[in-house]
Design a protein around this ligand. Structure first.
Ligand SMILES: Cc1ncc(COP(=O)(O)O)c(C=O)c1O
Length: 381
């Protein structure tokens, strides 16, 4: 057994981040301003999008992205049940109705073949999640929902690419990333909306700050003017320069982070293959680079004779942390009454009580990964 506890995830923060925050703290300007503008520029370059709007979380970013598309009461947005509550909540916060489409068992991504049956005249957007960092099949989604805007929940997909283009590089109107501490890079909390459309980019920047015609930097800096007008709906969801300073440093580390994530996931792929009672992720045929945000497995609990909770408890006794991504949306108490049924969502319903995420973060050693592999093998016999 390991001597020390191996967490499921851990952010990497170095001296450079500390120094960058210190500089902003002492600069006299700590909220959204020039450092955030720099972070937006660097991020948009990274993903090849024309514009980026930094926000306080991906949840807020998804809410704003839908707001910018004019999604509101009476509208429907198609999404997946295998996601964090944030995805459906962003739809609900706009007064619209989430419509769930089941996932493919091998990838946990939304099944494009099943989208068509859920389209209606009220469908205003499709919101796929690139689950665990694996790019959803965007071409197939577009083919079944022609002309319907796609808002990509790219919370897991920093560093991922689809058919040669980074996630966030058109042609969806909008994609939203997360910088929560468990994500591939962090700003403590935060998110980024990217788009190629100048009008949507303007709307997102206005909507992240109450619908104000100008942000604080444009009002209080010497070059700005203090007057403003509320010109649209909006929420309070700007990202501060303090957080953006962390983000700029994290971006410099991204390539290294990603190669560590790929190395650890490669060990799991190789060493867990064929282990009794475990279903491993599958990878699609289309060209892609996995974002490697999460490494999940599905436990065949009937074959193993233990529940997921018992499995996780055994790993914890062996000093290994785990995560659950996710208890399917329709299994949460909050959404009883939304009319969602296990029969309609069989794959997500199956995975909901059987899926487990294994430790995966930069700084993990091959030895750490092999501790996880050996522990899983011991439990599964
Ligand atoms: C798929 C997905 N979407 C959205 C979010 C929300 O991200 P944030 O915590 O930045 O609001 C998360 C966060 O875990 C997520 O996993």
């Amino acid at each position: 057994m390991r001597d020390d506890f191996l967490p499921f995830s851990k952010p990497f923060i170095g001296e450079e981040e500390v120094q960058a925050v210190r500089e902003v703290l002492l600069s006299g300007w700590i909220t959204t301003g020039p450092v955030t503008a720099k972070f937006e520029e660097a991020f948009s370059k990274l993903v090849g999008a024309r514009f980026a709007a930094a926000v306080s979380s991906a949840t807020a970013g998804l809410q704003i992205a839908l707001m910018a598309l004019g999604v509101g009461p009476g509208d429907e947005v198609i999404t997946t049940p295998m996601t964090f509550a944030a995805t459906v909540n962003a739809i609900i916060y706009n007064g619209a109705r989430p419509v769930l489409v089941d996932v493919e068992m091998g990838t946990m991504n939304i099944d494009p073949k099943r989208i068509r049956e859920k389209l209606s005249p009220r469908t205003k957007a499709v919101m796929p999640v690139h689950f665990a960092g694996l790019p959803a099949d965007m071409d197939a989604i577009k083919e079944v929902a022609p002309g319907i805007p796609i808002v990509e929940d790219a919370a897991h997909a920093i560093g991922a690419s689809y058919k040669g283009s980074p996630i966030g590089y058109g042609p969806s109107p909008l994609a939203v990333f997360s910088f929560h501490p468990a994500k591939n890079i962090t700003t403590a909390e935060g998110g980024m909306i990217v788009t190629d459309d100048p009008e949507l980019a303007d709307s997102c920047k206005v909507m992240r700050q109450h619908g104000m015609s100008k942000g604080a930097w444009n009002r209080f800096a010497k070059s700005g003017r203090p007057d403003y007008e509320i010109v649209s709906p909006g929420i309070k969801a700007n990202l501060t320069d303090l957080q953006s300073a962390i983000g700029l440093e994290q971006l410099k580390r991204l390539e290294g982070f990603q190669s560590e994530r790929h190395r650890i996931a490669g060990i799991y792929d190789r060493e867990l293959k064929g282990v009794r009672g475990i279903m491993l992720p599958e990878y699609p045929q289309y060209p892609h680079v996995h974002g490697r945000h999460i490494y999940w497995v599905i436990l065949k609990t009937e074959e193993l004779g233990i529940t997921r909770e018992e499995f996780m408890g055994r790993l914890k006794e062996m000093n290994i942390g785990t995560g659950v991504h996710y208890k399917a949306v329709h299994h949460h108490k909050r959404y009883e009454g939304f009319g969602w049924s296990d029969l309609d969502l069989p794959n997500a319903s199956y995975a909901s009580s059987r899926i487990v995420s294994l430790p995966l973060f930069p700084g993990m050693t091959d030895h750490d990964a092999m501790d996880v592999v050996n522990a899983v093998k011991e439990i599964c016999g």
